[in-house]
Design a protein around this ligand. Structure first.
Ligand code: ADE
Ligand code: ZN
Length: 342
């Protein structure tokens, strides 16, 4: 298994159907599904919004800090098994505070397991507080101020949820405030939204990474800029297929993105909803004949390099990766990070 970093992962999107039912029962929450099968039958999405509707309906089961801690620990268990050695995870506090869950409980539940993750799982980690872009700038700013006031550990801010109609430039002041606090800045752009949203994320929000970004290929000048500045793109292939952003894994633009010199990483986005974790994403790409061994090595290196891990952790992970790549016992194509299983 190659050591990799996962940089695009929504904790709310890691709630597996069984977990949703188990936590609902624990909290006495009535679910609008007859059974597991009924819930699973709803995992056929037509677009991003259809997924968001289901995902945010399901988080209604999360009520206590223990619920948030269990969700986080379950992700760390699965990620570690997939070869993830560093994880930067998104959380949408607005989705929970608006339901009446105290922000303190949300943050305590998530940051507890994350602060111990290196010791418990061998996975270093960081939390990125993401704003629901469809709720606007004022709500995002209030959320940022509330999280800052709690003094809970987080490393950056992100922008997610319904993209079209909610351009990054709407959030200029929030990102400026976050940067002034020394926080890292990333934003979803160019998933469903046009290349102009990627330009805005770069030039107005001054983000350090673009989440998704696959629609950059529609704008040659933008590709040139992203290549020149080696801006990391956190691509999520199974998500793109599931949300009908691309037609199939076979037609996914990731090979083209690598060919053009873009700094691409592979990630799982919302693994409980899109058919798998980060190793499953690698497996799907390899199954489609998209990756040679050198590509897998590049993607693994990119993930570590594009992370916000401190320099000594990055050096450690890079040398672990070099050792793994030099090991003839590891077939990077068939057992690579790709791979909890042969
Ligand atoms: N929230 C969770 N997953 C997302 C995605 N793929 N795009 C935008 N917002 C999200
Ligand atoms: Zn995402």
């Amino acid at each position: 298994m190659l050591p990799i970093a996962e940089l695009h992962l929504h904790l709310e999107g890691t709630l597996e159907p069984e977990t949703i039912f188990a936590i609902a029962e624990r909290n006495g929450v009535e679910l609008p599904y007859a059974d597991l099968e009924d819930l699973r039958a709803r995992y056929a999405f037509s677009d991003l919004q259809s997924f968001l509707d289901l995902c945010y309906a399901n988080v209604a089961v999360l009520r206590t800090s223990e619920d948030f801690a269990d969700m986080t620990t379950a992700y760390l268990d699965r990620a570690a098994a997939a070869g993830v050695r560093h994880a930067e995870v998104f959380l949408n506090p607005q989705a929970h505070v608006e339901r009446g869950v105290p922000l303190r409980d949300v943050m305590a539940g998530v940051t507890g397991p994350l602060s111990e993750s290196l010791r418990t799982h061998g996975v270093s980690s960081g939390l990125i507080v993401a704003f629901l872009r469809d709720e606007g700038e004022e709500s995002a700013m209030a959320t940022l101020e509330a999280v800052l006031a709690l003094d809970a550990p987080f490393i950056g801010v992100g922008l997610d949820s319904a993209e079209v109609g909610h351009p990054p430039s709407n959030f200029a002041r929030v990102f400026e405030r976050a940067r002034a606090e020394g926080l890292h800045c990333v934003a979803h752009a160019g998933e469903e939204g046009p290349p102009s949203y990627i330009w805005e994320a770069l030039d107005v929000l001054r983000v350090q990474r673009i989440d998704h970004g696959i629609r950059c290929l529609e704008d040659d000048q933008l590709v040139q800029r992203l290549v020149q500045d080696q801006v990391p793109l956190t691509v999520c292939p199974l998500s793109n297929v599931s949300l009908k952003v691309v037609n199939s894994i076979a037609s996914h633009p990731l090979p083209m993105m690598l060919e053009r010199g873009l700094k691409v990483t592979v990630n799982s986005d919302d693994p409980a909803y899109f058919g798998g974790y980060v190793d499953d994403n690698f497996d799907a790409l390899m199954g489609a004949g998209h990756l040679c061994a050198a590509d897998v090595a590049t993607l693994a290196r990119n993930s570590i390099d594009a992370s916000f891990a401190d320099p000594s952790r990055k050096r450690q992970l890079m040398s672990e990766l070099d050792v793994a790549l030099a090991d003839p016992g590891i077939d990077t194509v068939h057992q690579g990070p790709p791979g909890s299983q042969p």
